[in-house]
Design a protein around this ligand. Structure first.
Ligand code: SF4
Ligand code: SF4
Length: 168
């Protein structure tokens, strides 16, 4: 009989201890983010997949198609292609593909770039149903990001130099 009441008392005591902890944290300020309903704040040095750097005023990229990033990547994630427009002295970037499934975010590509044309994005909210969803066309992303900034993208422009309007 005594054991019966002791078990009831211990159960109630355990319940009260649990409710005390619940009550204490229910009234404390929220320190968690209600992901995915709220945006997470990432630190400035957060490493998402790489992206081409956008000049937000001109819509131009900074890539000189030197292939240093492609050579520096230990995982073979990067494919860069360029072409020389008619009458131009330099090649322009026409294709920049990233296979993010193989990327270790080591940063070799960013460090190797002589013109700081690539940077780590702050993308953390990525998901897919196939590995192909993580094969990124960074030129297309560059165009989308320019449009989001309200600037006309000037990347992979193969217009012959003679027919281009003078730069302002
Ligand atoms: S961060 Fe490293 S692994 Fe990823 S693309 Fe750049 S060089 Fe390759
Ligand atoms: S992103 Fe940089 S390293 Fe890569 S091809 Fe362009 S200029 Fe060269």
């Amino acid at each position: 009989m005594i054991r019966y009441f002791r078990e009831i008392f211990e159960g109630l005591w355990s319940l009260l201890v649990g409710l005390k902890v619940t009550g204490r944290f229910a009234l404390a300020p929220t320190v968690t983010t209600h992901y995915p309903f709220d945006e997470l704040e990432v630190t400035p040095n957060y490493r998402g997949h790489i992206d081409l750097v956008v000049n937000p005023k001109t819509g131009k990229d900074k890539c000189i198609v030197c292939m240093m990033c492609q050579r520096a990547c230990p995982s073979g994630c990067i494919t860069v292609k360029g072409q020389k427009p008619e009458g131009a002295k330099k090649r322009v970037l026409t294709e920049y593909r990233l296979d993010f499934t193989k990327c270790s975010l080591c940063g070799n590509c960013v460090e190797a770039c002589p013109t700081s044309a690539i940077e780590f994005s702050h993308e953390y909210n990525i998901a897919g149903t196939s590995r192909h969803d993580f094969h990124y066309d960074l030129v297309e992303r560059f165009r989308d990001r320019c449009r989001a900034l309200g600037v006309e993208p000037k990347i992979a422009d193969l217009t012959p130099v003679a027919s281009k309007p003078p730069e302002s």
